[in-house]
Design a protein. Structure first.
Length: 341
């Protein structure tokens, strides 16, 4: 008999580490992971199986269908914003075609075992495209339906995949003579800039914030590529994991939309720098603006309106800026580099 499992793609990434650790504490959950690289040894014992492979490999995905009964998919695999700009064609294949492959897999699995398959999708504030800094400042907290004009391939990919997920969940094969629901219960979160104390930044355009902390903890200089006044909304990684699992557990009848903003705290690059220098007085952080990358950050919201998430599934962040830096980031990252030395 096929074993009921949760599938996590992109398991070696920042969110994957936290999610596996969280779900692994639950006795009734069996996890299988899929990543291009072997799963971190610290996590492997938590999982029923840790597969090395590509979400574009349809033969591998068919093997999953035949061997496991998948009831939920956390589709974390993606080519992130900065890397995607250098290889947009590859980004489209990974971020769009890969997601479509997983949506098909969810549909097939639902047909096999007769239950909906929850499909948790981490989207991004990269789906937004504010036209200029003046508009960004005036706009305040951005709603999900505002300024959906991304300027990056990553943002375009994420926005399109949100629509793909909504299509599978609500409109799949709507002209078929005998229309049958797809069985895909798609749920997406538009994450702000995520800051992890456990994994290294991995190519996101908002990664200047965690990069400052990691550089300071290693007594290395860091040149920030955005202007001091550049402002984004951020979130500590434990809150990102909390949000994914809260949304996954929410009764479907309570959800009024398929895509949700969530936020925690909004900081300028200078405010991040000031916090880092206070914690690491010898930190050497300068601002050497990279105009193309800085311009991308200027199109993303300084803050988001997450009232639908708060209303529908009781979203509340545990970490404000003070707690995120002082209780989570600084002590955890400092301890890591002390142990490495």
């Amino acid at each position: 008999m096929r074993k009921p499992v949760i599938l996590i793609t992109g398991a070696n990434g920042e969110i994957g580490h936290g999610l596996i650790t969280h779900l692994g504490r639950q006795d009734h959950v069996d996890i299988i992971t899929l990543d291009l690289k072997p799963l971190d040894d610290r996590l492997r014992a938590t999982c029923l199986a840790a597969l090395v492979g590509d979400i574009l490999d349809t033969n591998l995905l068919q093997r999953l269908v035949s061997e496991y009964e998948i009831h939920a998919i956390y589709h974390l695999a993606a080519l992130l914003s900065t890397r995607a700009e250098y290889t947009p064609d590859t980004a489209h294949r990974v971020n769009v075609e890969g997601t479509l492959n997983l949506l098909r897999l969810a549909h097939e699995q639902s047909r096999w075992h007769g239950n909906p398959v929850k499909f948790l999708f981490p989207s991004s504030i990269a789906v937004y495209g504010l036209p200029d800094v003046k508009t960004k400042i005036a706009a305040g907290r951005i709603r999900e339906t505002d300024f959906n004009f991304p300027t990056t391939m990553y943002g375009c990919n994420k926005l399109y995949c949100e629509h793909l997920g909504r299509y599978f969940a609500k409109h799949y094969r709507q002209l078929a003579a005998e229309r049958i629901p797809s069985g895909v219960d798609f749920r997406a979160i538009r994450f702000p800039g995520l800051i992890s104390a456990v994994t290294m930044p991995a190519g996101g355009t908002s990664d200047y914030a965690p990069e400052m902390v990691h550089a300071a903890a290693q007594s290395q200089p860091y040149a920030c590529f955005v202007a001091p006044e550049a402002r984004l909304t951020f979130m500590a990684m434990p809150d990102a994991i909390k949000a994914l699992t809260l949304l996954a557990d929410a009764p479907v009848e309570r959800l009024t939309q398929r895509v949700y903003n969530i936020g925690a705290f909004s900081l300028s690059a200078a405010e991040v720098r000031d916090r880092v220098v206070k914690a690491f007085p010898k930190a050497r952080i300068t601002f050497e603006i990279d105009p193309p990358r800085a311009a991308i950050v200027d199109t993303w919201p300084a803050d988001v309106d997450d009232s639908p998430a708060r209303r529908d599934w009781s979203w509340r962040p545990d970490y404000d800026a003070d707690r995120a830096f002082n209780e989570y980031l600084f002590p955890t990252i400092s301890r890591y580099y002390r142990n490495e030395s």
